[in-house]
Ligand binder design. Structure first.
Ligand SMILES: [Ca+2]
Ligand SMILES: [Ca+2]
Length: 338
């Protein structure tokens, strides 16, 4: 009997070890590397994907019935769907840049944030706002010097994503890190961002086509957030993700490539200028966006974003000196062996 038990144990252990080797051989997310600010990066492979979306307003209206028709008709900038080839592997931040990492950057570099340099401050959440009297229907106010990356009007720990940072601030962080570490850091291109968000999927979200599936993988405008914005109740996911504001990065399941919070938590700046007709003329290989423009693209949606606008293909933009309570970043670290 004792022999049989031992044999069974050996069998189980062998199966477990085989399974773990198999998982590695089948391309489980590669081990993260960590930089001098404690940012973790995972290797995103070179490859090809279909970028954008050409879902018709009729299809979107059916699946997003609470949205006015105009909202599903104004998504033409996601079309045409076009083939994109990412020719080089790159490291992408596994998480959004955090408050703690950004503080270390400011302390070590002496960098003056754009919102401080221009004296106008950031945006914030006013907990005392009255939904029945607010014209805008939300509790955001700014610019105001009392709001900043340190104070968005709600509590954030060091492991929450930094916000109220401009595109120029994000580029300054990447430049400083590049000089400090001798490895090139930068914002992802819009194509790299969507490629990484999809992680091999062709659906609206890495979790599938159903907006409600987001609840498992993203901090989004959900039933926990809607209490503070009764005007937008119809756009909240019916489930609870447990966070009415930002969540600690990595609080939800990662996508197939080991990346967290590509959908939701904070919008992420990417390097491209925005043009609504860019996809019709985009090159196949490593598109970099238009040569010039007036606004930079942001991707992925945030803790306050409705599900239609958190799809992998959704594009939005802001001027490069905008700082907002919903917008942060994640960085690319280039593979040095080129
Ligand atoms: Ca939420
Ligand atoms: Ca995000």
């Amino acid at each position: 009997m004792r022999y049989l038990l031992a044999a069974a144990l050996v069998c189980v252990l062998t199966l477990m070890i085989s399974a773990s080797i198999l998982a590695d051989e089948q391309g489980s997310p590669s081990a993260a590397i960590e930089n001098s600010l404690g940012m973790k990066f995972v290797l995103v492979p070179a490859g090809e994907f279909e970028m954008g979306s050409d879902e018709s307003p009729d299809v979107l209206s059916k699946d997003y019935p609470q949205y006015e028709r105009g909202r599903v008709q104004e998504l033409e900038d996601e079309a045409p769907v076009h083939r994109v080839r990412i020719t080089q592997p790159f490291y992408l931040g596994q998480f959004e840049v955090t408050v703690g990492q950004f503080r270390k950057f400011l302390e070590a570099s002496g960098y003056i944030l754009e919102s401080v340099a221009d004296g106008t401050g950031g945006y914030g959440y006013n907990a005392n706002y009255d939904p029945t009297k607010s014209d805008s229907g939300d509790a955001f106010e700014g610019r105001d010097p009392k709001y900043s990356w340190r104070n968005p009007g709600f509590v954030q720990g060091d492991n929450h994503p930094v916000l109220n940072v401009t595109w120029n601030d994000a580029v300054a962080l990447a430049k400083w890190l590049s000089e400090k570490e001798g490895v090139k850091y930068r914002l992802p291109t819009e194509a790299e961002w969507e490629y990484a968000s999809r992680a091999g999927t062709h659906t609206r979200y890495a979790s599938g086509d159903n907006p409600e599936s987001l609840i498992k993988i993203a901090n989004i405008f959900d039933s926990d957030a809607k209490e503070d914005w009764p005007r937008w109740t119809q756009f909240a996911l019916s489930g609870h993700d447990s966070f009415a504001f930002t969540s600690p990065v990595g609080s939800f399941a990662p996508n197939a490539w080991g990346l967290y919070d590509m959908h939701g938590n904070v919008w992420e700046w990417v390097s491209d200028w925005y043009a609504n007709d860019y996809y019709a003329k985009s090159p196949v290989d490593d598109p970099q966006g238009p040569a010039d423009g007036i606004a930079r693209v942001r991707r992925g949606g945030s803790w306050h974003t409705w599900s239609l606008y958190a799809r992998s293909s959704y594009r939005n933009w802001l001027s490069p000196n905008s700082r907002y309570i919903l917008v942060g970043m994640r960085l690319v670290r280039e593979v040095s062996e080129r």
